[in-house]
Design a protein around this ligand. Sequence first.
Ligand SMILES: *Cc1c(COP(=O)(O)O)cnc(C)c1O
Length: 465
Amino acid sequence: MQTISNHLPTERLQALDAAHHMHPFTAGAELAARGARVITSARGVMLTDSDGVQILDAMAGLWCVNIGYGREELAEAAARQMRELPYYNTFFQTTHVPAIALAAKLAELAPGDLDHVFFAAGGSEANDTNIRMVRHYWAAKGKPSKRIIISRRNAYHGSTMGAASLGGMAAMHAQGGLPIPDIHHIDQPDWWSEGGDMTPEEFGLERARQLERAIEKLGEDNVAAFIAEPVQGAGGVIVPPDSYWPEIQRICDEREILLIADEVITGFGRTGNWFGSQTWNIRPDIMTIAKGLSSGYAPIGGSLVRGEVAGVIAEAGEFNHGYTYSGHPVSAAVALENLRIMEEERVVEHVREVAAPHLAHRWAALADHPLVGEARLSGLMASIALTPDKAARAPFASPAGTVGLICRERCFANGLVMRHVGDRMIVAPPLVITPAEIDLLIERAVQSLDETLAKLREDGLMKAG
Ligand SMILES: *Cc1c(COP(=O)(O)O)cnc(C)c1O
């Protein structure tokens, strides 16, 4: 077999990639025609590609490299664990030290009585666990009819059959026979796009009360749980109006349903607290975690579960569920080292006291740009809505995503990874980002917005639809 190294010419790597590698969430033929960007190394918040170009990664990979790239201690932790015990499972009455230590650490960090954890290899798997766990929980309590899980349109909960069914992305449901039965979707709290004449506060209440109406319509006896991201991530960093979560919490408190907070993005410091539930004052029964748990250095996820729920599951006999890599020792060791560094270096405090206030200040000013409607953020996750007409909060006449893609391409060309979701541009940089790096991020973003605006005018795309 030939050795594939970083020293092959970029075109050769791209040709091999196109010939053999199927990419997630990518139009394969289009990618093959243009060639994928090959990332070869990274340090801090900076990526280096196969041509030696430096790119500021304002997405922390896929919202996960919270601690930044190139941390030697995590590599050491992985190597140490691989030498000592590279693998053992946690099925059938066995366990190992990394899984024990990580479970105990998570119980300590998590708010309230979320003191048990069921491990998975990522967020999708964890949400599949949640589907089975909440249904099994109600069945064990003698209420097997409580099966329906209420979720939201444009939510992202992962890509497996179960998780993508929980998610509310129409483009995902259109492929492969989704959703699975007994998932019900209500609308998202996206005031900019869907708020009409309501104030954000009125709109937040209206959208939260959809949950109440859905429970009434479906019957409380048939509803197991409500799942939501504290702040929608992949849906476009949709920061809900302040009225939204208190009303959701009230409804969940008054009804006999479980609340699942999908904290795969918002967990581990992203919003300026350890968990988004603390920032938004949410009291979940189950919390989905992944991504930042290991800063993406090793695949791991899980479900943090309230003691009462875990107790019911434990009493109900065997839970016929698990993954070969549930609590994988190397991933658990890496996650533990990541959490140790986050505590020692006060990364969450850095987000809350330094990085997020600085980004908030610079990000808000983007709303003055002629192309930008709203600029929203929660901690270090932020979005801007691009629009041809701010006053009307109008979408573009071109198909959604046309303008966003143009902007993303300009960002790449200017050495910045900023993602587009439709015609929203989003960032979620590593949590260790410094104020100077935030200034560089903003400088490159403004340059890219200017170039995008010029191109839209040139191509006659600055039109409302
Ligand atoms: C990424 C993500 C997931 C899925 O996690 P994977 O590790 O990709 O399976 C689930 N929920 C949210 C909110 C996410 O952002």
